[in-house]
Write a protein that binds this ligand. Structure first.
Ligand SMILES: Nc1ncnc2c1ncn2[C@@H]1O[C@H](COP(=O)(O)OP(=O)(O)O)[C@@H](O)[C@H]1O
Ligand SMILES: [Mg+2]
Length: 602
């Protein structure tokens, strides 16, 4: 059915592709996550002891009740009752303090785990090569760094330890009940256990699947939201609001639907567990009362009441364990996604034994360079040319011919499929990336302005530059004039898209930024195509300033900009179709000539 995309397909685009989260459970991820926990070992040990203390104290209260009912009330021991009351209050206060301390410790570890994981992810994401980003919606990357890390850290900091504490709590209840109350009634209580375990076992898998589905839908929605916030200008320009709204509402429907289903399953647990718990309590009363009225072997009213109290506490930990198990499965699935990002190989990186590229003069040689973004679809097919120090090389040719690709390879944003690129005779594969890229200045059509100030954006070119140096660079490329006119001059705040600045002004800022970094090799990829006529002359002069004494590569559609270049390469279909100076190529009356004539309107 190639070429036929139904309306439904178009509406439910890639955002509705759920991430596979039902991968088999893998302990390996959990043990790797321990690396994030181990710094907070102290917190976990403290949490453990605090929790145990809280449990032991909580379990004292039924015994207190028993004492009061069986001994103090019949004896009319008023001071005893008062003291028991005070002890009860004191115990309650200590329990509250313990719980508070525990949640504080958990939050502290949780926040550290979040920071550490996000820092690791960010650091890796910054290193990942272009081709990683070529194939992924940014939103789905954000979901991993934001949502998944939250869930995982939550579980690691406060959930995991409960796998020890909850069973311990059950054991304590049974021990208290059997030792201090009545072992016979404890047996009655334990009769309910198989039923509970069976029920939880039956429902848990369904419940987990339902929550996982919800989490998938949520991440789809987040990804769609992220993309649309980024693309809102295009949306409005094409009046796509209605269609996008529909897609969003579809995603929201999925969100709500899956949440309702998961919540329904989860809430259906409560009546069942509540009924089971009541049944067991009823059984304790029946057995207890029967024993009281018959030959009471050590059974008292207080015993039965205390026992009922323990029984009511017995099921909580069991339910919690069921939930914990679900969280564990989820966490491990999320961890898998997180580690997948962290394990994504940095394919463009320094070779073993890579050396610092010394300060270069700026000779560039492409030798039989082959390249394909996707295996089997060659984009450059054995390209050879040379640019000498100080020369300016123009790349022209139809869209999709491979001009930007040549430039991407020169900065080693991708690895070559074949051939070699030399800079001053150094194979760029053999030198360290920063030493190479530091000596290159790249300017693209769409200047990226970072949030901050104008001067901060210029300083992006060289972080240790002083304000005076930044201003000097701006002056050199004729950016000073318009910057001075801004409300706060160089310190005018700008946001990440550079709102309030024209394309030409952004370009001038970018020139200043590049000049400041003082690259030996300068690359302009259609840097002048979106310039308004007001600033065009300035930009041309700015470029002329920038070119002085550097090797430069210029991709431009307006051929008037490149007439004076030392060498013009006409790129067609991944090959150099023509090469020479403007005069030579015009004389040749080939592809370049045709293009030039069509533009000059002759
Ligand atoms: N990131 C990418 N992934 C896959 N293919 C790409 C990518 N970038 C460019 N291409 C393909 O490579 C070819 C050359 O692209 P490019 O060098 O950007 O052309 P130009 O800059 O000359 O317009 C085109 O066919 C384009 O579709
Ligand atoms: Mg291009």
């Amino acid at each position: 059915m190639r070429g036929v995309e139904s309306l439904a397909d178009r509406r439910r685009n890639t955002f509705n592709v759920d991430e596979e989260l039902n991968a088999p459970f893998d302990w390996k991820h959990l043990s790797r996550a321990m690396g994030y926990i181990k710094h907070y070992k102290g917190n976990f040990i403290k949490t453990f002891f605090i929790s145990v203390l809280a449990i032991l104290l909580t379990l004292l209260t039924p015994l207190l009740t028993k004492l009061v009912i069986d001994d103090y009330i019949p004896q009319k021991n008023i001071p005893g009752i008062l003291i028991a009351g005070l002890v009860f209050v004191a115990v309650s206060i200590v329990i509250v303090v313990c719980n508070r301390a525990r949640s504080r410790l958990n939050s502290v570890s949780g926040q550290y785990i979040i920071s550490e994981m996000r820092a690791d992810l960010f650091s890796h994401l910054q290193k990942l090569p272009f081709d990683y980003y070529d194939s992924r919606p940014a939103g789905k990357i954000l979901v991993r760094v934001v949502n998944y890390v939250n869930t995982v850290a939550d579980f690691l900091s406060s959930g995991l330890i409960n796998f020890v504490i909850e069973p311990l709590s059950m054991i304590f209840i049974v021990a208290y009940a059997a030792l201090f109350v009545s072992w016979r009634l404890t047996l009655v209580m334990l009769c309910g256990l198989p039923l509970f375990v069976l029920y939880i076992f039956l429902i848990k898998t369904r419940q987990r699947r339902a929550w996982q589905l919800f989490s998938n839908k949520q991440s789809n929605m987040t990804a769609y939201l992220a993309e649309n916030v980024n693309g809102v200008r295009v949306t409005q320009a094409f009046s796509r609001e209605g269609v996008n709204q529909e897609v969003m509402e579809g995603l929201l429907d999925d969100n709500r639907g899956t949440w309702m289903k998961a919540a329904y399953i989860t809430h259906s647990m409560w009546p069942v567990t509540a009924v089971l718990a009541r049944l067991v309590t009823a059984a304790i009363y029946i057995v207890g009362v029967a024993a009281l009225t018959g030959t009471a072997a050590g059974l008292t009213v207080g015993t039965v009441i205390a026992m009922a109290n323990y029984a009511s506490r017995f099921w909580g930990p069991l339910q919690n364990l069921g939930n914990l198990y679900n969280n564990l499965i989820n966490t491990v699935a999320y961890l898998e996604r997180i580690f997948q990002v962290l394990d994504e190989p940095v394919t463009v990186t320094d070779r073993e034994g890579a050396y610092e590229l010394p300060v270069i003069r700026g000779n560039v040689t492409f030798m039989n360079v082959e390249f394909a973004y996707e295996p089997g679809i060659p984009v450059l097919k054995g390209m050879t040319f040379e640019a000498l120090e100080g020369e300016s090389i123009a790349l022209v040719g139809p869209t999709g011919a491979g001009k930007s690709t040549i430039i991407n390879l020169l900065s080693r944003f991708y690895n070559l499929s074949g051939g070699t690129v030399y800079v001053d005779g150094h194979d760029i594969d053999e030198v360290t990336l920063p030493s190479l890229r530091r000596q290159m200045g790249i300017m693209l059509q769409d200047t990226f302005i970072f949030s901050g100030s104008i001067i901060g954006n210029i300083r992006y070119g060289r972080l240790d530059a002083t304000d005076a140096e930044c201003i000097e660079a701006a002056k050199a490329v004729f950016a000073d004039e318009f910057i001075q006119k801004l409300p706060k001059g160089y310190y005018t705040p700008v946001n990440e898209r550079g709102e309030g600045l024209s394309a030409g002004q952004k370009q001038l800022i970018s020139f200043a930024r590049t000049l400041l970094s003082d690259p030996r090799i300068l690359i302009l990829d259609e840097a002048t195509s979106s310039i308004d006529t007001n600033t065009e002359r300035l930009v041309q002069e700015g470029i002329a300033r920038l070119l002085v004494g550097r090797t430069s590569f210029i991709v431009a559609h307006r051929l008037s900009t490149i007439r004076n270049c030392s060498k013009i390469l006409y790129i067609d279909n991944g090959n150099i179709a023509e090469m020479g100076s403007h005069g030579e190529l015009m004389e040749k009356r080939g592809l370049y000539y045709k293009l030039y004539m069509s533009q000059s309107g002759a």
